[in-house]
Structure formats: structure tokens, C-alpha cells
Design a protein around this ligand. Structure first.
Ligand code: 5AD
Ligand code: SF4
Length: 478
């Protein structure tokens, strides 16, 4: 029997913490609720349902949830208005019952594998009891999640995320993901293609394929054959209207020859790769259970650059993992210098209960972590600026995807995921234009559209351009 109370219009407010996979999941939750009369609102005070889509990766991320729940409880008590409070995401998965115990205001706690059951879970909440749902259900949630309406996709912009893989079997000793997101699984090829076609028909020009360990993708095709990420990208590139493809996050051990060859052969795959190394010290990599050495990582990068010489790299780094000495940390600085990153994310090691790292000897003092993080940040910031400066004078293909901050301006993305702003007319939104980069700020670069005739003839970097980038990076090594 249908619950008719669900059909009157209701407002949904989702607050998303953490990674891009949560951003994607929040949209899919909204899609699951749309047929039941829920419309998204950006105003929390208007909401009938507030969902916190949480992140458990580091302690700080996790703690934010409890302070937000305190605020919501107060809003409900003192605002004189009733609304339902749900907690989703990795904190929900990891701490289900504990959340319901710590915060009496919470009506619903549900893990990432239950998003397709959200309408049904809400009906149970309406019957009066708080619901905690953190089992990994048998059914495939993606088979049950409705695809978004075209106008909803359009309202989300011209670039979109598409989760193709979930979970992780790597068990790095610092990381909660294998526990919160479960075993590694890949969505079947046809399911991914169907969702991609819908997004592209609605106007999406750039897709970023997501997975906690996305390059381990091994989905089945219609014939039951397992295919890798390189082949998936080839199939997606065939869809007319798609201009660009990216994927994140990758593990160095899963950079197969097939995937690397795709970077040479598939011109829709952008020359920017997020490939975390975490540490430059073999001792620490071993303790982290990373399953690769420093030399393995550097060799992988050489293979990638041989296939795609203009590949820009991005990374994640953890400082202060248990047992990390000054000498180990110096190794991290040295691998950063050796690779030269276009972008980097740096973190202090954060103890995650239940992971092997939490019980290791040699936990590093907070003050030491702080000092190491500051030194690493100084280096990566200089590299990022050097990379941006080295783009000045080059012509880059820019996907213009939104109006700019000032009238007459548009915003877009370079192949290297840099935010670009320039003056251009709004009818160019959705197109890829050759843009001469004329300036580099801290968070974006500035350019002007050049005609195709003026265009730098080489679409891949020429040797003098590569030399300019190397020189800029070299400058940061002092
Ligand atoms: N402490 C600090 N950083 C962590 N990360 C994952 N777990 C931890 C932790 N316990 C970082 C890693 C990972 C990124 C998403 O978050 O660098 O690549
Ligand atoms: Fe976590 Fe990534 Fe390691 Fe998997 S590969 S355990 S997601 S850091």
C-alpha cells in the first residue's frame, strides 16, 4: 500500500561532509526522495527533513557531526517547528547505535548501502520509532535508485560525478574505508553506461568517475566478462556529447598497463591524475600496509608520463603516522620534490579506532605533526603556485561551465582541473574553448579565448613548455 502522506510537498535539506562520493550520494538520496514529493531546499529553516551525510575519515570530520546534531536539536526545540533528522554516510555506518544513544534528536541513522530504501525508512520513522539501518543489504542499491529527471541534472551543472566502484579491499592501516564502505565492488558496465547516457543527454559535458579505489574497477559487461577502467573509459568516450572524462581516487598498485594506455589513446581522458602516495618512506609505507614502495610509485609515474607526457599529478600525504621519524618525514618531502605535484592534499595522521594504526607503538606527538604539516604545506603550496605560473603563456582547452563572478565573465576548468575565469559571452557555456592563460592567482587562473588560428599548434606539451614547468617546479625545490 502506498503511504499517501508522502505525496504532499516536503522540503529536503542535505548537508554533505567529506569526499566527492558523498556529494554524489547526496544527489542520489534527493533523487530517491523526489518521487515521494521531496524538493531540495538550500534553507535549513524551511526543511521538513534534514540529512547529515557524514564523513568518518579523520576524527575532526567525525566530531563535526555531533556538534551539528546539537545545533539541530536546539533548532527543533526552540524554533517551534518539527522536522525529521537523519544521519547518513560513514559516521552513520560506523557508529549507528552510538549516534542514536548520544543524540536523542536523531530519528533515522542509515548507512551508504541503504540509500535506495530511504522512502521506506522514513515511513517507519513516521510510525514513531527511531530507525537505525546499517546492514549491508543483499540487493544492489543502484538497481533501485531512480535516475534524476533531466531538469534536475541540468540544475546541478555541466560537470557530474558518477560512482562506478565502492568499497576497498586494500586495508591501509590508517584507513576506515574498508570498514565503513565494505568490500570492493564495481557497478556493471551497462548500469554505468545507462546513467552516463542520461547525464549526457541532459547536457553534462564532463564526467568524473568515482570510487574509493576507482582504478580497481572490474565491472561485468553484458556477456559476463570483467572489464577494467581503461575499457570503461573507452566505452564512455563513445557517447556523443561527452567532452571530458576524469576518475578518482586511485591506488598506485592498480595503475595497470591497460589503464595507462588509455591515457595515451583516449583523448577525452584529461591529463590530470590523483594518485596518493601518503608517504615517501619505505618503512612508513610498509607500516601503512600500502603494498607499494617509493620506487614502485616513482616507476608507475614514469610509465604514466611515458604514455602521456603532459600528465599533471595530484596526491594525498599523511604526516605523523606512528613510528614516523624526522628522516622518514624528510623522505616525504623528497618524494614531493622528485614528483612535482600540480595539487596536493595533506593531513595529520588521525587515530581511527578499530584500524591497525590506532594500536601501533610510536604515536607521534601533536606538536611534531603540526610542525611537519606546516613544512610539507609550504612545499606543496609552492609547487601548486609554480604549476599555475607555468601555465601562463600557454593555450589550454577550457570547458566553460558556468557564469563568472562578474558580469560578462564565465568560469571554467582547465584540463588540469584548475578554475579558470575569463570574459566571454554566456552562449559559450557548455563549450570547450582554446584559452590563452594570462595570469595565475592563488585559487584560479585567468585567460582569454583565442581563435583556433592563433592557437598554439601542439595540444600536448611541447618540449620548451615542459622545460618551463620543470624550471618552475625546480624553483620550489630550494
Ligand atoms: N588520518 C589522516 N589522514 C587520513 N586519510 C585517510 N585516513 C586517514 C587518517 N586516519 C587521508 C589519506 C587518504 C585521504 C582521503 O584521507 O591521505 O588518501
Ligand atoms: Fe583507504 Fe584508499 Fe587505502 Fe582503501 S586504498 S584503505 S580507501 S587509503
Amino acid at each position: 500500500m502506498t503511504d499517501t502522506t508522502e505525496l504532499r510537498p516536503r522540503k529536503l535539506f542535505i548537508k554533505t561532509y567529506g569526499c566527492q562520493m558523498n556529494v554524489y550520494d547526496s544527489d542520489r538520496m534527493a533523487d530517491a526522495l523526489a518521487p515521494h514529493g521531496y524538493e531540495p531546499t538550500p534553507v535549513i529553516d524551511d526543511a521538513d527533513l534534514v540529512v547529515l551525510n557524514t564523513c568518518h575519515i579523520r576524527e575532526k570530520a567525525s566530531e563535526k557531526v555531533f556538534s551539528e546534531l546539537g545545533r539541530l536539536a536546539e533548532l527543533r526545540r526552540e524554533g517551534g517547528r518539527d522536522f525529521t533528522i537523519g544521519v547518513a554516510g560513514c559516521v552513520a555506518q560506523a557508529e549507528g547505535e552510538e549516534i542514536a544513544r548520544r543524540s536523542k534528536a536523531v530519528d533515522l541513522v542509515f548507512g551508504p548501502q541503504s540509500y535506495h530504501r530511504l522512502p521506506e525508512l522514513l515511513s517507519r520513522v513516521r510510525r514513531g520509532t527511531p530507525v537505525v539501518e546499517t546492514e549491508f543489504p543483499e540487493e544492489d542499491k543502484f538497481e533501485h535508485l531512480p535516475l534524476a529527471q533531466k531538469q534536475v541534472i541540468r540544475s546541478r551543472g555541466l560537470t557530474a560525478f558518477l560512482t562506478v566502484q565502492e568499497g576497498c579491499d586494500k586495508f591501509c592501516s590508517f584507513c576506515v574505508v574498508p570498514y565503513t564502505r565494505g568490500a570492493e565492488t564495481s557497478r556493471p558496465l551497462e548500469q554505468v553506461l545507462t546513467e552516463a547516457r542520461r547525464l549526457i543527454e541532459a547536457g553534462v559535458r564532463e564526467l568524473t568517475l568515482l570510487g574509493q579505489n576507482v582504478n580497481a574497477y572490474h565491472g561485468l559487461d553484458a556477456a559476463g566478462r570483467s572489464i577494467g577502467l581503461g575499457e570503461l573509459c573507452a566505452r564512455l568516450a563513445e557517447i556523443e556529447g561527452l567532452a571530458r572524462l576524469r576518475y578518482t581516487t586511485s591506488h598506485p598498485s592498480d595503475m595497470t598497463d591497460e589503464l595507462i594506455a588509455a591515457h595515451r589513446d583516449n583523448d577525452k581522458l584529461m591529463p590530470y591524475l590523483h594518485l596518493p602516495v601518503q608517504s615517501g618512506s619505505d618503512t612508513i609505507l610498509k607500516a601503512m600496509n600500502r603494498r607499494h614502495t617509493r620506487a614502485d610509485y616513482l616507476r608507475t609515474i614514469e610509465r604514466i608520463k611515458a604514455a602521456r607526457p603532459d600528465m599533471a599529478l595530484s596526491g594525498d600525504f599523511i604526516v605523523g603516522f606512528p613510528g614516523e621519524t624526522d628522516a622518514d618525514f624528510e623522505q616525504t618531502l623528497s618524494i614531493v620534490r622528485e614528483v612535482g605535484y600540480a595539487s596536493a592534499f595533506t593531513f595529520k595522521y588521525s587515530i581511527r579506532p578499530g584500524t591497525p594504526g590506532a594500536d601501533m607503538d610510536g604515536q607521534v606527538e601533536e606538536a611534531v605533526k603540526t610542525e611537519r604539516l606546516a613544512r610539507l604545506n609550504e612545499l606543496v603550496t609552492a609547487q601548486m603556485r609554480g604549476f599555475a605560473r607555468a601555465c601562463v603563456g600557454r593555450t589550454l582547452d577550457v570547458l566553460l561551465d558556468k557564469p563568472g563572478r562578474l558580469p560578462g565573465q564565465l568560469g571554467g576548468r582547465s584540463p588540469y582541473l584548475q578554475a579558470v575565469h575569463l570574459e566571454a559571452s554566456a552562449d559559450l557555456i557548455g563549450t570547450v574553448q582554446p584559452v590563452l592563460i594570462v595570469g595565475a592567482g592563488n585559487n584560479s587562473i585567468e585567460g582569454k579565448i583565442v581563435t583556433h588560428a592563433e592557437r598554439n599548434p601542439a595540444s600536448v606539451l611541447e618540449s620548451q613548455e615542459l622545460a618551463a614547468i620543470s624550471a618552475a617546479l625546480e624553483h620550489t625545490r630550494t
